[in-house]
Write a protein that binds this ligand. Structure first.
Ligand SMILES: CC(C)(COP(=O)(O)OP(=O)(O)OC[C@H]1O[C@@H](n2cnc3c(N)ncnc32)[C@H](O)[C@@H]1OP(=O)(O)O)[C@@H](O)C(=O)NCCC(=O)NCCS
Length: 171
């Protein structure tokens, strides 16, 4: 479903987004706190987006492409993944290109996705942030998420284990 806000339009992700999200996924600064390292290879990005499209087709996740409504510029992606229909919950994810940071777009886009989630019967949305990822923590706190714990050695990034924080919001 397409979601519209004051400045943004969020539309379901498609394979055609691969070249648009590529520069974002290839930027090491954007990817510093993500589960996987920066992705430069267009084939990898294609496969990554293809995986997302397949998850959507299976009803496992919802990925939105975030665009600026006036210019149509592609800004990034917000998603609900690991959808559990039995327990009405999903994990929230978000990534914007560096040029889009600091304008409140992250807040505006995620707020729209959370409002949509509430109308779809979701009761809990959770998120993880890598320890040290202050912009994401600030964003989640502003949206009402609560710190639910510390996940030691939660991911493997190039052989290095990284700690995360767990966040939750009851809708
Ligand atoms: C996390 C991320 C999406 C935040 O994006 P963002 O758009 O910069 O975030 P916000 O919407 O909170 O805006 C950031 C700042 O812009 C400011 N801002 C500027 N104009 C604004 C406006 N019109 N409305 C609201 N806020 C505005 C806010 O005050 C905010 O500052 P604060 O956090 O000090 O209060 C972005 O940093 C990102 O993509 N990071 C890399 C990917 C990543 O790590 N993802 C998380 C994986 S869990």
């Amino acid at each position: 479903m397409i979601l519209e806000t004051e400045r943004l339009i969020l539309s379901p992700a498609t394979q055609a987004d691969a070249p648009l999200i590529h520069p974002i996924l290839a930027d090491p600064e954007v990817m510093a706190h993500m589960d996987g390292a920066a992705m430069d290879d267009p084939d990898l990005v294609d496969a990554f987006v293809g995986g997302r499209v397949a998850e959507m087709a299976n009803g496992e996740a919802l990925y939105w492409s975030v665009r600026h409504n006036a210019s149509g510029a592609y800004l990034g992606s917000v998603d609900l993944s690991d959808i559990d229909r039995r327990h009405h919950r999903a994990e929230l994810g978000f990534v914007l290109g560096r040029d889009a940071w600091g304008h409140g777009y992250g807040h505006e886009a995620v707020h729209a996705v959370l409002s949509h989630a509430a109308t779809q019967g979701f009761k809990r949305v959770w998120a993880r942030t890598q320890v040290g990822d202050n912009p994401s923590e600030r964003l989640l706190l502003k949206l009402g998420f609560e710190d639910e714990g510390y996940l030691r050695g939660h991911t493997d990034r190039d052989g290095e284990r990284r700690d995360f924080r767990l966040w939750g919001l009851l809708l």
